[in-house]
Design a protein around this ligand. Sequence first.
Ligand code: 5GP
Length: 235
Amino acid sequence: MLYEGKAKKIYSTDKPEIIRVEYKDSATAFNGVKKDSIEGKGKLNNLFTSFFFELLSEKGIENHFEGKISETEHLAKKVSIIPLEVIVRNKAAGTLAKRIGKEEGFPMPFPIIELCYKNDDLGDPMLNDDHIFALNLASPDELKQIKEKALRVNTLLQDFFLGHGLELIDFKLEFGKTTEGTILLADEISPDTCRIWDAVTGQKLDKDVFRRDLAPLAETYHSLAVRIGILKNEA
Ligand code: 5GP
């Protein structure tokens, strides 16, 4: 094992350029203060992330995904993760709604990009471009690529979700760098990292159900997977 995070474990493989990502059943919120183990969560998030990375690959967004290999695992290209949480927001929710004093669901006139320093000890503080260059986290050209890619991902995912009567409120991406210096979309794309609401009722179908004790997480993620057609409803 190379690394264990809150929701995933990363292992080396017999190929130095490939890693194995295993999704855990653990759920955490508020920087690890709220924790639980939820049976089936790992499988569901591996299903979501594998599906979305394949979809984005088909649409020309280069990413680290190299194929799902089991219910809870996929392979990925090894990259060094740039320690930035790249958040894109279409409507105010969560910390943005608080920061600007608006109701959740307040529409933003254009997608807002926020960049946060990926550092649990500091509570992932927001950085501006100057901080990022001063700390050498990314060069101006790399940051430009990251922002452009994040906005393309937003358009593609928004269209996808709208086709299923769902609204993409916001999401968080992470990018990595290959040994050749190519910037690749990495980490995961799942309801742990996105806010997804029913476009008509506004029902929350993402990790906010866990953060705010609104509904059972596994059932919510399962219903989202059925709704977007990546899981059959066996219930
Ligand atoms: P907020 O800043 O409102 O808490 O989060 C904005 C969006 O980014 C939400 O979709 C949220 O799920 C995602 N996000 C922000 N920080 C993190 C994080 O540390 N972990 C995960 N999984 N998602 C995050």
